[in-house]
Ligand binder design. Sequence first.
Ligand code: ZN
Length: 430
Amino acid sequence: MSNTHLFRHALLPAGWAENVLLRVENGVIAEVRSGLAGGHGIALPGMPNLHSHAFQRAMAGHVERRGAEQDSFWTWRTLMYKLALSMSPDDVQDAATLAFVEMLEGGFTSVAEFHYLHHAPDGTPYHDIGEMAARLAAAAEAAGIELLLLPVFYAHAGFGGAAPAPEQRRFVSSLDGYTKLYERCGALAPSGVAPHSLRAATMPEVKALAELAGSRPVHIHIAEQVAEVEACLGFCGQRPVEHLLDNAPVGPNWCLVHATHITPDEATAMAATGAVAGLCPVTEANLGDGIFPAQHFSGTWGVGSDSNVLIDPARELQMLEYSQRLARRARNVMASPGEPATATALYQAAVAGGAQALGLQGGLRPGAPASFVTLDGETPELALSQSVFCARQPAVRDVWVRGRQVVAQGRHALAQTARLRFDAMVNRLV
Ligand code: ZN
């Protein structure tokens, strides 16, 4: 199946180009040619979402009241565990369907689902060990988003192999059980491995998972919270990123999610591995995690919607730039000498890093997935800048994933039914 699209402007890996023809064959870009007359609209490559927990979409807005004591990431986590213990496979599918529809409406065209809600509420595996993963795959299929399934290995409640807590029972696997789950996930969708964190997986377990993955993606939460850094120092005398880089075969197929609390030396060492920094600026702000030290990091990065409290790639890029501005009291800090337009520089970097983290080819280039979005406007740099810094809702108009149009005029065909099912589910649970 072959078709062509002709755009007035398109953001190619080398920058903005005019009158660009994309020829698509079987969902892949077969040819990119510029200089043809008659194109209209502004095309951007679809944004990969490198980190999501779809089920957490059900919590959005419900956890913004202060409790009796000071609220923190850890009090939020207690509420998240409560929700996780209450959700059925149908509930997870309903939450994921809405989350994926919203991702597409915002311009995310692929998602790495960091999936740890595996087992039945009493902690025993479902008859199909991949029951919950199958629900995520079904939601992705219905919405039309490209999915990378990252079944999470979770075995401990703290550094040094501490026994898991009872409220973590739906997440917990042995290495043997995990291998079965990983194989099952691989039959459902492209997959990678995900040791949850150095709190939940010991270093020998992390290394065993990396071996299982081979060249497939390996994602891990790391250095999100100061308490985690302190616990790691207490356990081994090293900081989490330092400890990981010294002991595990971290390379370009790895994504280090958050990496918020890193020293300049850790930032340099991390960049040298070629691993992707998985930044989730909206969630990191919502949870009070901290600010990524971008000024020390010269490596690859992408963005993820993580807790899905708000789903919009433009807001992630805006929050990233604004948090850096606030911390450094400067403007346009994520622009580069090669790309002084800040929104364009942010967008190009996040597409490249996100694609690398998902094991995909990124950008509008031959061989890459035919996944792209359009913006309205005549001046492409300004339209993208306004979508990142000024838009009151996603500025994305039309969205194609692997050559198939899934959003038209800003709206996904499933938006209304997904919302109704989601609202009924949340009313029941919360
Ligand atoms: Zn996460």
